[in-house]
Every structure is written in structure tokens, then in C-alpha cells.
Ligand binder design. Structure first.
Ligand code: 1GP
Length: 247
């Protein structure tokens, strides 16, 4: 079979700002009854996507959680892979990440070559994504595992030029990540500047309040990713419900 050319999820990403993705790191949801509650409440809250993946997830745990999610939820499932083995045809789309803020060839092309044969044959939407780490005030797992240095958040011209280079390379989506559990999320002012590049933007890492979500949406973020906050406080989905239904 040839590469899937569906663009359904990409078009949904592009359509509007202020969409919300709940990030499920399989390492954090070994208790599947907890995951089931998250899935039910995410549907109620009007979450737009479930993202699945993580920096240190094993193949077994990844598949276990993907199988569980697809059996218990109808929300679009998007893979946010931490490595070549985190792929599954059961998901609706795969963020095909190149970590272009870094200079580690493994995360620029290595994992891609390892998994290309399998991905090419899969019936899954593949979205070429420029993955750009921004310093969030602490050492994130993704920076540590990828052995890359995030871009300082005040260096707007480096951030802009990195995003532009990604677009010139053919990336269709920009994902700005301060890293899971970041002390500080990517500033709304940075997202505002990037919006001029006319490419859909995902932002994640350290987002923990409704106020921050409003700022990022108003700055032009298409998708806001929330991981840690939901692990700590499932009732934050009530705030997400309010955020989604006020739109
Ligand atoms: C990290 O973008 C995600 O890669 C989400 O971060 O867990 O801090 O919400 P949090």
C-alpha cells in the first residue's frame, strides 16, 4: 500500500485557533481505570484530540495504551511520538516530528529512517511537523533524552528563523514545546509573532491555567496541549469545558 494522503486531521488543526489536545503519556497512565476516567471526562469537556506518546515509553506500554484508548474513546487520536517504535495504525494521525531546534541527527532523520518502511505501509495520516523546543525554565525530559538544547525564549529571531527553515523544508505544522512540566510555557507574544508565518501552530509544555489558554488562543495557537496539569488535577477538564464552550 502507498503512503496515506488523507488530510482530515491536518485540516481540522488548520481550521481554527483554541483547540485543545489532552496528552496521554503511557508512562503516566499505567492505571487504566484512571485513563478511562480521563477519556470519559475529556469527551464531556469537548477536548478536540487525544495525543499519545512520550520520551521514555516502551513499545509494549505504547500499544497497550493505544489499544485501550481506541476501545474506549471516539476522540481523534494523534501520535506524538518520542521514538521510532511509537507508531500504530489504530491512531488517526501521526505527527511526523523533526526536532529542528536541535542538532541531534537521531531526532532529525535517524528515527525516521528506522520506521519509514512501516509508516509508509500504514493506513494513517502522516503530518510533517517542525518540532521546536523552547526553554521552559527547567531541564525537560525531551531535552535530556534527545540531548538537545532548547532555544531561549527571548531569542525571537532564532525561533523565527528555525520555524521558517522548517517551513522551507516542507513541514506543514509547527509544534512549539517548552517540555512536559515546564516551569514556564512558550510566551503568547512568541506565538503571536509566529502566526505571521501562516502555518498552523501547536503549543505545549507547562500550560496549567485557563488564563494561559486564553492568552495562547488569542495569540493564534491552533492547538493547546495539556498533559501534566490533567495528570495532577483531572478536574481541570471542567475549566477546559468552560474554555471550549465559551468559544
Ligand atoms: C509536552 O507539550 C507537552 O511535550 C505537554 O506538556 O505535560 O507540561 O502539559 P505538559
Amino acid at each position: 500500500m502507498l503512503l496515506n494522503v488523507s488530510k482530515e486531521i491536518y485540516e481540522k488543526f488548520s481550521r481554527k485557533t483554541g483547540q485543545v489536545a489532552a496528552l496521554i503519556d503511557p508512562d503516566k497512565y499505567s492505571d487504566l481505570s484512571r485513563l478511562k476516567v480521563l477519556l470519559e471526562k475529556s469527551t464531556f469537556a469537548g477536548v478536540d484530540y487525544l495525543f499519545v506518546g512520550g520520551s521514555t515509553v516502551s513499545r509494549k506500554d505504547f500499544h497497550l495504551v493505544v489499544d485501550f484508548i481506541t476501545a474506549h474513546s471516539n476522540l481523534p487520536l494523534v501520535i506524538f511520538p518520542g521514538a521510532a517504535h511509537q507508531i500504530s495504525e489504530k491512531a488517526d494521525a501521526l505527527l511526523y516530528l523533526s526536532l529542528i531546534s536541535g542538532r541531534n541527527p537521531d531526532y532529525l532523520i535517524g528515527h525516521h529512517v528506522q520506521s519509514a518502511q512501516e509508516v509508509f505501509a500504514m493506513d494513517i495520516e502522516v503530518i510533517p511537523t517542525a518540532y521546536i523546543l523552547i526553554d521552559g525554565g527547567n531541564l525537560s525530559s525531551v531535552a535530556y533524552v534527545s540531548q538537545t538544547t532548547p532555544i531561549p525564549k527571548d531569542h525571537l529571531s532564532i525561533i523565527m528563523n528555525t520555524a521558517k527553515a522548517g517551513i522551507l523544508q516542507g513541514k506543514k505544522l509547527l509544534y512549539f514545546d517548552a517540555g512536559s512540566g515546564a516551569k514556564k510555557h512558550v510566551p503568547a507574544s512568541v506565538i503571536h509573532e509566529l502566526k505571521n508565518l501562516d502555518t498552523p501552530i501547536i503549543v505545549g509544555g507547562g500550560i496549567r491555567s485557563l488564563d494561559e489558554m486564553h492568552q495562547l488562543r488569542d495569540a493564534g495557537a491552533n492547538v493547546i496541549v495539556i498533559g501534566n496539569k490533567l495528570e495532577e488535577d483531572i478536574d481541570f477538564l471542567l475549566d477546559i469545558h468552560a474554555f471550549k464552550h465559551a468559544q
